[in-house]
Design a binder for this molecule. Structure first.
Ligand code: OSB
Ligand code: MG
Length: 377
């Protein structure tokens, strides 16, 4: 069983509404989809890098480069071997989203070979996962409150709001006054520094579930200075790129919660290691999101079915993101603010090739020499 062919797709999907964070605004979503074919089976993965820098130094251009010039040439003709793929990725150093896209497609194939859902193949124990919704920066507190009302009416039981300097304490105060019981958390996406600690001490009074990534995108030390000042849990997102970062953050008590995004940490294998470490240390984790298409969303749902994912994930229903998706069936919110975990073998969603074709801006097929000879004849 060896990898015969890998296809990359640069896709662009229009978001139902612009998504604004402390680092920028997105109107549509460009990402790279990876398709792996091996002995008649097909696996899919998604690299949720963005068009430009912001959340991460990875972009769709760097993802394409890392896959095309390094990961794909070294994978074609090789047996499907998740451990070997992880080792290969380690040699690349960084480029975690690129590595995740390839690894996810291989996990899809491995799960299909075992006739298991990806959830079961990863060790998942739930058939539904608790989810919330992440709301971008709005024009005013009133506009934000109206958005929250709308999502609550749709059934979301946990709300995350984005904050940035000038749109923080007053916004939290207004939202809390309007919704005293709401499960509410904030995400600063690295917009602050340690001298802003008093702002977070003031925010500590509003009963937030957690404060996500207030300080530098690669910082652990400053967060370790903030956490002891607060009752509210600090949650790290951007800063955790590997098991080693997670171990350091726990050792320094820099956070009491970790957001695991498989793409940020190079894949499901590393995600599971971080999950296991946190479980031993009684640190709850939750699955973050990167506005994924149905392909990435299916992987996130499967990961979130592992036992220590005890906080609601940023994995909302498909229609919260796109009017048309590239994978079916769509994820629909259950009345108890959960998504159902797919049960069919592998990822559990089917790619709509026609939709994929329509959203594709660029496509490139890579085959083994033997595969190319067969196609030429
Ligand atoms: O920081 O969690 C983040 C989206 C893009 C980049 C970074 C983040 C986000 C979100 C959206 O918060 C989560 C989702 O996919 O619903
Ligand atoms: Mg975040």
């Amino acid at each position: 069983m060896s990898i015969d062919r890998i296809t990359l797709y640069l896709v662009n999907l229009r978001l139902v509404a612009p998504f604004e964070t402390s680092f920028g605004i997105e109107h549509d979503r460009q990402c790279v989809i990876v398709r792996v074919e091996a002995d008649g089976l097909t696996g899919w993965g998604e690299c949720p890098a963005e068009r430009t820098f912001g959340y991460s130094y990875e972009t769709t251009t760097t993802v394409w480069h890392a896959l095309k010039d390094f990961l794909i040439p070294r994978s074609l003709g090789q047996p499907i071997d998740l451990a070997a793929t992880c080792h290969l990725g380690e040699r690349l150093r960084g480029h975690n989203m690129a590595r995740h896209g390839l690894e996810a497609a291989l996990w899809d194939i491995v799960a299909q070979q075992q006739a298991l859902s990806l959830s079961k193949a990863l060790g998942g124990t739930r058939d539904r996962v608790a989810v919330g919704v992440s709301i971008g920066i709005q024009a005013s507190a009133d506009a934000l409150i109206a958005k929250i009302e709308d999502y609550l009416a749709q059934g979301y039981g946990r709300i995350k709001i984005k904050i940035k300097p000038g749109y923080d304490l007053e916004i939290v105060k207004r939202v809390r006054e309007r919704f005293p019981q709401l499960l509410l958390q904030v995400d600063a996406n690295s917009a602050y520094h340690l001298p802003d600690a008093p702002l977070f001490e003031a925010m500590d009074e509003y009963g937030l579930l957690l404060i996500e990534q207030p300080f530098g995108w690669d910082d652990i030390y400053e967060h370790s200075q903030l956490q002891p000042l607060l009752k509210t849990s600090v949650c790290l997102d951007e800063s955790i790129h590997s098991l080693g970062h997670a171990a350091l953050a726990l050792e320094l008590k820099a956070c009491r919660v970790i957001n695991i995004k498989p793409a940020r940490v190079s894949g499901f294998t590393e995600s599971r290691r971080i999950h296991d470490l946190c479980q031993v240390h009684d640190i709850p984790v939750w699955c973050g999101g990167m506005l994924e298409t149905g392909i990435g969303r299916a992987g996130n749902v499967a990961l979130a079915s592992l036992p220590n994912f005890t906080l609601p994930g940023d994995i909302s229903a498909s229609k919260r993101y796109y009017t048309e998706d590239i994978a079916e069936p769509l994820f629909v919110l259950n009345p108890d603010s959960t998504l159902s975990v797919p049960t069919t073998p592998g990822l559990g969603v089917t790619v709509n090739e026609q939709a994929l074709h329509r959203f594709t801006e660029r496509k490139e097929i890579f085959g083994t020499r033997i595969e190319r000879m067969n196609t030429d004849s």
